[in-house]
Ligand binder design. Structure first.
Ligand code: ADE
Length: 227
């Protein structure tokens, strides 16, 4: 999979992309991520990318021209399955949407800043708008990093068997069951006997029951959801 990201603050994306699983995915050649600095498409000698909003009001708006030029360049190089704009008023990101996006070949993500982007970009270029939650961040870079991480780890071959995404919380609309590792007893706090029994079928049943109980207690809404 290839993901291109347009940003005015590419540095904010560097670290998440250069560590752990996303790093491994890229080294294995399973994921290619390229960040494009919008500033290089900025106007005038100050490489301007934002301007006052027509009609007044606080906050700057990202200008149409640098964005359109950058998008045109990228769209001329490949066909994108989706052009995604990260925004609090987009569709809420959940595991279902993440799963669907992990099957795509080319994604283009637009990380906004300031008060937002000129609406004409949303109308004429953007095919999908995604929010990572009902709160406002100062820019779209961290949401873009969240999205790339959530998608990247689902690409076949990225995770090893032990960390397989199949066992994640939210797959099957269930939260994950509790997990333990050595020692089997610490300060008198014991690991449930069943996990030491070696009975894999019974352990699987126990895990399912625990996941169900945890979901009922903490997120009953998930049990009513069909994704
Ligand atoms: N940009 C600012 N806040 C955001 C959010 N909650 N989700 C996606 N993009 C954003």
């Amino acid at each position: 999979m290839r993901i291109d990201i347009i940003s005015v603050l590419p540095e904010l994306l560097t670290s998440p992309l250069e560590h752990s699983i996303l790093k491994r995915a890229q080294l294995k050649g399973l994921l290619e991520v390229e960040v494009h600095n919008l500033r290089t498409y900025g106007l005038g000698k100050h490489n301007q990318v934002d301007d006052y909003a027509f009609g007044g009001g606080a906050g700057m708006v990202m200008m149409i021209e640098p964005l359109a030029n950058c998008l045109d360049d990228l769209l001329a190089q490949r066909e994108y399955d989706e052009v995604i704009y990260m925004t609090p008023d987009g569709e809420r990101l959940g595991q279902g949407l993440t799963n669907r996006l992990s099957l795509k070949k080319n994604l283009l993500i637009l990380a906004g800043h300031y008060k937002g982007i000129d609406e004409r970009i949303r109308t004429h270029y953007v095919t999908m708008e995604i929010s990572i939650g009902d709160y406002v961040l100062s820019g779209g870079e961290l949401p873009a990093a969240v999205l790339v991480d959530a998608i990247g780890r689902l690409i076949p071959g990225v995770l090893s068997d032990e960390t397989s995404a199949l066992f994640d919380s939210f797959q099957d609309n269930l939260l994950a069951p509790p997990v333990y590792t050595r020692p089997a007893e610490f300060r008198g706090w014991k690991v449930p006997d069943i996990l030491l029994s070696g009975n894999t079928a019974a352990i699987e049943d126990w895990r399912y029951e625990q996941a169900l109980a945890r979901t009922r207690e903490r997120r009953p809404d998930l049990l009513e959801e069909e994704d």
